[in-house]
Design a protein around this ligand. Sequence first.
Ligand code: PEP
Ligand code: MG
Length: 886
Amino acid sequence: DKYVYDFAEGNRDLKDLLGGKGANLAEMTNLGLPVPPGFTITTEACKAYLATGREPDGLAGQIEAHLEALEREMGRRLGDPDDPLLVSVRSGARFSMPGMMETVLNVGLNDHSVVGLSSQAGGNDRFAWDSYRRLIQMFGKTVCEVPGEEFAHALDEAKRAKGSTDDLDLDADDLRGLVEAYKKIFAGHTGREFPQEPREQLDLAIRAVFESWNAERAILYRRQERIPADLGTAVNVVTMVFGNLGPDSGTGVAFTRDPGSGAQGIYGDYLANAQGEDVVAGIRNTVPLQELEQLDPKSYHQLLDIMARLEGHYQDLCDIEFTIERGKLWMLQTRVGKRTAAAAFVIAGQLVDEGLIDLDEALHRVNGAQLAQLMFPRFQLDHDFVPVARGIGASPGAASGTVVFTSARAVELAAEGRSVILVRRETNPDDLNGMIAAQGILTSRGGKTSHAAVVARGMGKTCVSGADEIEVNVPAKRFTVGGHTVGEGDVISIDGTTGRVYLGEVPVMPSEVVQYFEGSLDPAHVDNALVRAVHRIMTHADDRRRLAVRTNADTGADAARARRFGAEGIGLCRTEHMFLGDRRELVERLILAATDTDRTDALAALLPLQRQDFVEIFREMDGLPVTVRLIDPPLHEFLPPLEQLAVNVAVAQERGEDVAKEEALLAAVRRMHEENPMLGLRGVRLGLVIPGLFAMQVRAIAEAAVAVTRDGGAARPEIMVPLVGAVQELETVRAEAEKIIAEVVGDSGVEVLIGTMIEVPRAALTAGQIAEAAQFFSFGTNDLTQMAWGFSRDDVEGAFFWRYLELGIFGISPFESIDRDGVGRLIRIAAEEGRAARPGLKLGICGEHGGDPDSVHFFHEVGLDYVSCSPFRVPVARLEAGRAAI
Ligand code: PEP
Ligand code: MG
C-alpha cells in the first residue's frame, strides 16, 4: 500500500486520502507556487494506526524513502549538526478542524544541530536557541503530554529574571538557559531525556498527530460539526521556513475577499519577525496586510499575484497562510475559505459577474440554511458593543432581555410581559417552561446538541450554548464574566447566530433580505450587494426547480405574506387553529353538546365565522390552489385540563357555591380524558363521531368559494381529510361532502377537489386503495414520523433527544429533517402505489419537513409535486428546490 505522497504527486481532489491541507499543498506545488517541499502521510495510514495501535507495515520504509528524497532536494540532512534540515509535522483532516489536532515545528533540532542552525542563520544564536526551546515545548506537550503550563511558567520566570514581559527581550544566553529548564521539565514528566535522535523525533511526532484524531476536543468538535468519526487525519511533513529570522521575515494570513461581507479587496494580517503560532497566540499585535507593501514590496506584489491566481484556479474565495523568510515568500496553506451566509451569496454573485462560474454553480454554492440565517433580525452593532463572551450559536436569532436564573422566575416575569433571557449552566427537561417563557437561552456548558440547543431550535428560540467564560451561580442569582457581575434583573443581549453575548440592550435591525422578499426593497434600485445577489440566485432557483412551493397558513395575513415570499398556493390550512381564542368556547359547546339542538346551535354559530375565514384566504390566494384541512384537533387542546377543573370544582364547593355546571364539564372531560391525545379522538375520527361537524366545514368552504368567485375572483379549494388510515373512512366523509358541494356550488363554476393526508403508516401502506377515493395526497410527515417511530410529538424532543443525538442514534431530530430510511420509505411506497392506482395523482407534503433543506431534496427525488411550509420558510424551500434540480 502506498502511504506516503510527495507534494508533487497529489492534487486537490485527493482530500479523502491526503486531507484538506495536504491536497491543497499538492495542488499549489503543481501550480508552480513557492511551497516548501515535503510529503503527506495518508489518512489510510492513520486509520490503520488507530485500528491496531501500531504503524502499518511498510510505512516506516516509505517515510525513509521520501525523507531521503527531500534531503537530496534540499541538500541538507534532517538534524545534521552542521547544516540541519528541519521539518514541521502538521495534521490535516478531510474537513478542517481548526486547532483541534496537533502540530510540531522545528523537528530535527538537538544539542548539536542547534549550532548548525545558528550558522545557517548567519550566526543568529538567539534564533537557533529560541527554535530549540519551541521544539521541546511543543514536542513535550503534544507528544509526551507534559502540562503546557510548566513550560509557560518557566518562560515567565526567565522573563521576570530579565525584568521584562516581552519574549523578544530574552537573548541567546537566556534562551539557552531556558532550553536547560525545559529539558528538566521534560525529563521530570516523562522519565526520559528529550530525544536527540532526529528520526525518532519525527516518528514520535507523526504518531502523536495520528493519536490527536481521538483527542477529547477533536471528538467533541466532530460531533458538533457532524464530521464522521472514522475519517482519520493525514500528516504533512514540511520543510521548515522561518518567519522569525529578523525584520525582513514574517508570517501572515489572508483572504482573497472579505469573508464577512464578500467585498473585494485585500483582507489579512501580517506579523513581522514571527512564527505562525505567535499570530494565533496573540502575543503581539498584527498589522493589516496592506502595510506589507511598505515593508517588502516585492513579496507583497508576489503575494497579490498568487492570491489572484488561486482565486482563478479554485474559482472561489481562498484563505491562505504564508511566511516570508528573509525576503522570500513561501505558501504554507490554502483552502476554499469559510465565509458568512451573506458573503456566500455576495461572492457567488460576483464570481458569476467575473465569468468564473455560471448561475447553476452559484446556486450550488449557497444553501437554505444560509438563507434562513439572513432572514433573522440582527443586532445593529455599529455602536460600541463589545461582546463579553462567546459561545456556540446554537439556535439563530437576536434576543435582548432581563436575566433570570430559574424557570419559575422566567415564567413569572414573562407573565408580566417582560422579555427575559434564561441563563443556566446547562438546561434539563425541568427547564422547559422557562425556555418557553424566555426570549432567549444562554448556557455556559454544552454544545450544538446539548439539551438547551436541541430544544431551543425546536422552538425557534434564540440560544447561545457553551459560553464557557461565563461563571453561572444559580443560588446567588448571578453570573460573572471578564470582571463583570450580572445579576437577576440586569439586561443582556445574545446572538444565536454568532454565539456572542453582550451586556445591555443591543438594538435590533430587521433583515434586509426579508424586506426584499416582502417587496419593500427593489433589487434594481438598491445599492446593496447582498440583496442583489439573493435576488439573482433566487430567480435562477425558481427557473430551475420542478417542485412547487406552497405554504401552511391559517389566516389571510399569513397567506398574503407567504404569497409575497413566493408561495404558489396553500398546502395546509389547519382549520382547528381558527377555533382557538374567542371561539374556543363554541367548540367546547360543540364537543360537549348533550342534545341534537345544542349541537345544531353550536354549529350554526360557527358556520358564518368559518365562511368568513375562508373568504379572506381565498381572496389572498386568488387564482392559486388552497388546501383546507377539515378539523383535526387533539381534543386536549380545546378542553380545560382535568386537574385544573377538579381543583376549581373542589374550591368552589368549599366556598359553598353552586357548581352544577362545572361538575358537568368535569364529568365530560373525565370521560374524554386521554393519556396520549395525539393518538386518540382526532382527525377523521372526530368527523365520523360528531355529526354535522365536517358537513359544516365543507359547507363553509364551498359557500366561501362561491362567494369569492361571484365577486370576480378565482377560488380553487381542495378539501383535505386528516388522519385517514383506511379508505372506508375517506369514502364515508367524501360521500357526505360531495352531496353538500353539489348543492352549494350549483352552476357557479367552482371546482372543489377532495383528497387526504397520508400521515398514518397504514395509509401509506394501503395508498393504492386510498388513491381510488382521493384526488390528491398530502404527506403529514409530523404525524407520520410520530407514528413510524412511536415518538409522542409533544414529549420526546426535550425529554431525551439530546441523548439520542449524543449516541449518534440519529444525527438530527427526525421531526426536523426527514428520516429517509424509515419515514421516507413509507413516503416512497405511498407515492408509487398511489400513482399506480391513479395516474397523475397530485402529491404534496405539508409537515414541518417541507421547509427543511435536506428534506426538500428528498421530496424532489421521490417525485412529489410540491412542498408546503410555514411562510418564513417559503424562500428557503424555493432555493433548495432549485438546488435539488441542478
Ligand atoms: C402532519 O402531521 O405532518 C401535519 C401537517 O399535520 P399536523 O401537524 O397538524 O398534525
Ligand atoms: Mg398531522
